[in-house]
Design a protein around this ligand. Structure first.
Ligand code: AMP
Ligand code: GLY
Length: 424
């Protein structure tokens, strides 16, 4: 079968490498893809958010199945548009993608169905939000823009001045555009964070191996928030008992709630959890595979990803095996100097072949220029290694990442350190 993967980052590269292992996949297209993905799939320059052009491409190239990986095309209804054209796709409908695209929707869903999450209020009026913050008078407090904001719409405010400023920023100055027409003001939670991606066909939910992201730019969780500087799996804080609790109190209730609301969720549902002193709570839902979580989760998947994806689309997930290996994985992200702020691009990258001898190098922001791979984004590469233990996986990933060089390259040196400490 011919498969089209929508997107062009490290996550999409990891999905493509896994799909390529399936005997049923004969060819893979990727739109728009990137310089490194081009080695594993035919890249076509169609923007991930251009729904009409993507449907036209899928028709024209007689694609049998589409995987829509990023949040924006899902929120725009790409899966619905493909279905109308008779093309099956992996990912939620526009209505179901609201679980990520609108924080007001997801918070109200959790309240209505008793799913544990931070206490909150929502506002479409800045003055009312400010009055609530002042009257509540507890800090830190978390202020979130309602809509998609490239992962930047969450502000943790240490005092009243910062919180009032956050409301002004999001609602009045529209720092995150239209996504700031409404805000969620919520309680600040504490505890280790765990990412759990799951497959669900709207009835059955199958959690994948747990993982841990490292969101800040610098070692010791200092510096600005990024899209993610590295990941490890499994997450040692996520014990069997906690997994059972999450299945009963969070995963199944969420799947049932979406069905009851008339928008059953099919695809990959990502649970961003915090293990608080009062139990596991939902920090956020994502309606898609996480990036760079996918780069440690899929390498550990032993089952046929394509078979699992099709079972999700067809509502047969209960009938297919979803098996993960017993080992561990670590992914170290190589970023352009300056990321997540201003950075240079077009820097030649060396050492890729050497790194690939012992690790898997997923391309996130690269392009091919006169036969040379050069940098083209903030996050450039994700270097993943798997091993029997997490300690070995981390060492292997860093050894391979150390082979790679480009001007201004930056990586965190402490990916997995907290997880390894928790294992002791
Ligand atoms: P999000 O974009 O929703 O994943 O939020 C980004 C990060 O902000 C999360 O990974 C958490 O570290 C933090 N965060 C979000 N909501 C809360 C909260 N209620 N309490 C504490 N930290 C939070
Ligand atoms: N790594 C977090 C995300 O994909 O949103």
């Amino acid at each position: 079968m011919k498969v089209l993967v929508v997107g062009g980052g490290g996550r999409e590269h990891a999905i493509i490498k896994k799909l390529a292992e399936s005997a049923d996949v004969t060819s893979i297209l990727c739109a728009p893809g990137n310089g490194g993905i081009a080695a594993d799939a035919e890249c076509v320059p169609v923007k991930a958010t251009d729904v009409e052009a993507m449907v036209a491409l899928a028709k024209e190239r007689a694609v049998d199945y589409v995987v829509v990986a990023p949040d924006d095309p899902l929120a725009l209804g790409m899966v619905d548009a493909l279905a109308e054209a008779g093309i099956p796709a992996f990912g939620p409908t526009k209505a179901a993608a609201r679980i990520e695209a609108s924080k007001v929707f997801s918070k109200d869903l959790m309240r209505k169905y008793g799913i544990p999450t931070a206490e909150y209020e929502t506002f479409d009026d800045a003055d009312k939000a400010r009055a609530y913050i002042t009257a509540r008078g507890k800090y830190p407090v978390v202020v979130k823009a309602d809509g998609l904001a490239l992962g930047k719409g969450v502000l943790i405010c240490e005092d009243e001045a910062a919180a009032l400023d956050a409301v002004k920023n999001i609602m009045e100055d529209r720092a995150f555009g239209a996504s700031g027409s409404r805000v969620v003001v919520e309680e600040f939670l504490t505890g280790p964070e765990v990412s759990v991606l799951s497959f669900t066909d709207g009835e059955t939910v199958v959690p994948m191996v747990s993982s841990m992201d490292h969101k800040r730019a610098l070692d010791g969780d200092e510096g600005l928030n990024t899209g993610g500087m590295g990941t490890i799996a499994p997450n040692p804080y996520y014990t069997k008992d906690i997994a059972d609790e999450c299945m009963e109190k969070i995963f199944l209730p969420t799947i049932r709630a979406m069905k009851a609301e008339g928008c059953p969720f099919k695809g990959c549902l990502y649970f961003g959890l915090m293990l608080t002193p009062d139990g596991a709570k939902v920090i956020e839902y994502n309606c898609r595979f996480g990036d760079p979580e996918t780069q440690v989760v899929l390498p550990l998947l032993e089952s046929d990803l394509f078979a699992v994806m099709r079972a999700v689309t067809d509502g047969r997930l209960a009938d297919v095996p979803v098996v993960f290996g017993k080992g561990a994985a670590a992914c170290v992200v190589l970023a352009s100097g300056g990321y997540p702020q201003k950075y240079a691009t077009g820097k030649p990258i060396s050492g890729l072949e050497e790194a690939e001898k012992t690790a898997c190098v997923y391309h996130a922001g690269t392009k091919l220029e006169d036969g040379q791979i050069v940098t083209s984004g903030g996050r450039v590469l994700g270097v993943t290694a798997t091993a029997e233990t997490l300690a070995e996986a981390v060492d292997k990933a860093y050894a391979a990442a150390g082979c790679i060089a480009f001007e201004g390259a930056h990586m965190r040196r402490d990916i997995g350190r907290r997880a390894l400490a928790a294992l002791k």
